[in-house]
Write a protein that binds this ligand. Sequence first.
Ligand SMILES: Nc1ncnc2c1ncn2[C@@H]1O[C@H](COP(=O)(O)OP(=O)(O)OP(=O)(O)O)[C@@H](O)[C@H]1O
Length: 336
Amino acid sequence: MTDAGSLLAGDSRYQQVGTLGSGAFSTVVRARDRQTGEEVAVKLIQRGSLVADRRLYVKREVAYLAGLSSHPCIVSAHEAFLTSTHLCIAMELVEGGTLFHWVLGQGARERPPLSVADARWLFQMLIIGLDFMHRRGVANRDVKLENLLVDSKTAQRPLLKVCDLSYSKHDADSAAQTMVGTAAYLAPEVVRWSEHYDAKKVDVWGAGIVLYVLLYGQLPFEPSRPDIFAEHDERRRPPPPDRQVDAGAEELLAIMLARHPAQRPTMQQIIDHPWFQADLPPGALTLNDELLTRTVDDPSLADRVSALVDAACYTGTDHHLPDRMTVNLRAGLAPP
Ligand SMILES: Nc1ncnc2c1ncn2[C@@H]1O[C@H](COP(=O)(O)OP(=O)(O)OP(=O)(O)O)[C@@H](O)[C@H]1O
């Protein structure tokens, strides 16, 4: 692809070489670092879309990505920068596509169904990543197959990485009340949208939906009808009859998809569950403790991210504004 067909400006550090995906407010492209030759993913968010709540959400997304991306189960952020049209986030390129593509999409039909052992392995990585986020005080609020990337290049077994932190929220932010997320994954308390809810328990519900799909190859609830959550226990789709899943997995599913958030386990309780503990990769559980004790981090990063997003919102013609502003995200963010 030439620069003429590219969303990235011709004088950007990165040259666009393809497109990876798009969502409601952004496009993610594959690009090459002109200096190092490294291939990266760049998320381009239109500057004009940064109005109202979006401005705050994007500040959080960039800041939390910087703070969490030292973890192998969370996509690594490199830098954030502005072009004349977009706010851009350069990230590690994950080659294998989304978990949706693997389990429910076109790609799934070309592969045999996941074994229960592989389903558990992918689930373990999701929970270890979410546990790290939760222990840093951040809830994801949009756990779904489309936001989980499969890195199939680097290991014998594919790795899983959480990629989209658009709706993430820190304990120190105001209480969660907004109905955000995706219909098929919405927890019952989020659907009752006027209530405050515990965002971490909403992640447990989302991870329960992902586990169900990994085990049974289908969504447990009918998408696009959030009203069914009023009586979801009765309406959960029965698993396919030919699929044998052991009782431990079913028990974990039942508590993760408990209707009342207080009855759902924490990430730590999921980790302690015997079905989770079986066949666990060595070192997986000490990793989070190690990363949490590291004291690198840059306490002024949140301010610079905030200034970058504010600058991106400016749509006037004052050429003194820092159009080419860049914030290095590799340094990481100090815990609030
Ligand atoms: N680091 C990455 N490596 C490879 N592909 C990626 C990467 N990040 C995102 N993608 C692809 O781009 C798609 C969209 O990414 P993402 O979910 O972050 O953006 P979005 O849905 O546009 O976000 P928003 O919800 O803020 O609009 C993903 O589903 C995935 O296919």
